[in-house]
Design a protein around this ligand. Sequence first.
Ligand code: AMP
Length: 281
Amino acid sequence: MGQVAREAHAKDRVVGLVPTMGALHEGHFSLIRAAKSECSPVVVSIFVNPKQFGPSEDFHKYPRAFEADRAALENLGVDYLFAPTPEEMYPRGFRTTVAVEGLSEKLEGRSRPGHFQGVTTVVIKLLEIVQPNRAYFGRKDAQQARIIRQMTLDLNLATQIVVRPIHRESDGLALSSRNVYLNADERRAATALYRSLEATRQKIAAGERSAVLLLEAVRHVIDSEPRVVLDYAEIAEADTLDPVVTLRGECLILLAAKLGKTRLIDNALIEENNGSFRVTL
Ligand code: AMP
């Protein structure tokens, strides 16, 4: 991969990287299309990263669909697929962990201790291996995107981090490789995450600014679906990820919930502009 990057940089080409864990879906494709429109060559990595899964999480049963993924990437005109093995990424004796302190322990990090250290450790390795000018991430994983951006700032990494919108099904469910775990009833109930965010959008449009009251609206929708068990719902400042009392500046509503054994996350972006607020789901 280093050779590819060196040759591309020598020709002043813009190298794009889209890191994924495979089982590719339209959410991934939307990142790849954005990368294709801005970069050449485009590299997609597929690596189910053992370091970002906790001991009781779904590493072993995480969906793997390598041949279908490879064909889809070829159809999309992706230039390179980088699909290392765990042994190549973490050979015997591997000892380094990269951690973005302060942002990694909140929200997802509280429910999944060590998760973001696994993410930042693999992402910095991918950036070093591929040396992209631009790397593409989804706002679906808003906390992850925030942490990776902080890592590139703190460590003077040359790669520009691009964060793209959430791609949703027509009923609002955010696309996720884990959606295949849902049975038909859970799949129907899963729209509660989106509907709860939509409820806050309506409350905000009607003038509500209190985080407590907005989160009450979230819980009201989630609680009406007995199959959905909320892990957390928070409204946080987009920059610090600290909880807010009253909406201001740029905030995120972040949710995690379980449906049976499947854990899903979702979020909405709230942006203030001259005292009015725009909510993007
Ligand atoms: P994953 O394979 O789940 O690790 O995701 C790889 C990248 O795709 C991450 O940057 C995700 O945020 C992004 N992604 C996953 N689902 C979506 C989605 N529904 N919309 C946009 N981006 C997504």
